[in-house]
Design a protein around this ligand. Structure first.
Ligand code: RB5
Length: 145
């Protein structure tokens, strides 16, 4: 499993925790985000992560900003990207099973009730269910056209 991850200055610590946890799961993680607090613009990070993802070689992308909101909105503007913003383990599990996103987003300044590690496990340890959900995902993607 190869994951690309990008973040702005509002999500340095959560990005580092995500990388550490995914590596313990044996995943390869490419970090294109910032590792210091210097201010950057989250749409630029979303564009860089999604463009690299679209070029191929990655299974998933993760983007993080202070809330996860701005960077997920940005990612979802890019053709072919379906970025979820789960708020807890239940949402992380359900979005994998039902929405089959190729990107997930988190917020470094959000106080989640579940740990980021548990949310990642809820996402990555489940599978897309297909069937009626595939029909709905296809309809989502047709909205791009
Ligand atoms: C940056 O200060 C902040 O606006 C950004 O990280 C994010 O929260 C935007 O949605």
């Amino acid at each position: 499993m190869k994951v690309i991850i990008g973040n702005d200055h509002g999500a340095v610590e959560i990005k580092q925790r995500i990388i550490k946890h995914l590596k313990t799961k044996g995943y390869e993680v490419e970090n294109i985000g910032v590792d210091k607090g210097d201010s950057v613009d989250y749409p630029d990070i979303a564009e860089a992560a999604c463009t690299k993802f679209q070029a191929g070689g990655y299974d998933y992308g993760i983007v993080c900003c202070g809330t996860g909101i701005g960077i997920s909105i940005s990612a979802n503007k890019i053709d072919g990207i379906r970025c979820s913003l789960p708020q807890d383990c239940f949402a992380a599990e359900m979005t994998r099973k039902h929405n089959n996103p190729n990107f997930i987003a988190f917020g470094g300044r959000i106080e989640y009730k579940d740990s980021i590690e548990d949310m990642l496990d809820s996402f990555f340890d489940n599978d897309f269910e297909g069937g009626r959900h595939q029909i709905r995902v296809d309809k989502i993607m047709r909205l791009e056209k």
